[in-house]
Design a protein around this ligand. Structure first.
Ligand code: GDP
Ligand code: MG
Length: 161
């Protein structure tokens, strides 16, 4: 079964996306960082594909960016086919976003950049423009909360399975 990992700094909406895609409220969604302690795994079905989705939230706890945390995260995504890298571009990117990006580049897995919280179409161009600077492929604008852009995201995921 194919594994897909959801990564990103705290509070960008990883757990919201995870819950939306699996269609249940497995992972805790909260307004403050560091709520998801462990890697959450759940099987989702999409167009006859069974995909194990991983929410790696707890691997980034607040400002900590220590070696053992990175090691844990690396193990979690070791056998993932691709990584969904979630960002919240509404306030611009921050250091933590760039750290995750650098780390992903070193790991070398295919990365799908996702601009979350794009709750309406008018957001898309302004906010996704900056994400090109991360050096990955075309960003996918989505809204986990409003279930926007998820088919496009899954289309991109399927390219890597
Ligand atoms: P995580 O730390 O990356 O797992 O982020 P969470 O899923 O816990 O979400 C953090 C906050 O962002 C919560 O208050 C969510 O309700 C909010 N959020 C998540 N997705 C969206 C979205 O698509 N639009 C908006 N406006 N808020 C969102
Ligand atoms: Mg979370």
């Amino acid at each position: 079964m194919h594994k897909v990992a959801i990564v990103g700094r705290p509070n960008v909406g990883k757990s919201s996306l995870f819950n939306r895609l699996i269609g249940r409220r497995e992972a805790v969604v909260a307004d403050f960082p560091g709520v998801t302690r462990d890697v959450k795994e759940h099987v989702m079905l999409y167009e006859n594909h069974r995909i194990v989705l991983m929410d790696t939230g707890g691997l980034w706890s607040g400002d900590e960016w220590e070696q053992h945390i990175r090691d844990k995260a690396e193990m979690a995504i070791h056998d993932a086919k691709c990584v969904v890298f979630v960002l919240d571009p509404r306030d611009g990117l921050n250091t933590a976003d760039y750290e995750v990006a650098e780390w992903l580049r070193k790991i070398g897995k295919p990365v799908i950049v996702v601009a979350n919280k794009m709750d309406s179409v008018k957001h898309d161009d302004v906010f996704t423009a900056e994400l090109w600077a991360l050096g990955f492929d075309e960003p996918v604008p989505i809204s986990a909360e409003h279930a926007r852009g998820l088919d496009e995201l899954m289309r991109r995921v399927l390219e890597h399975l």
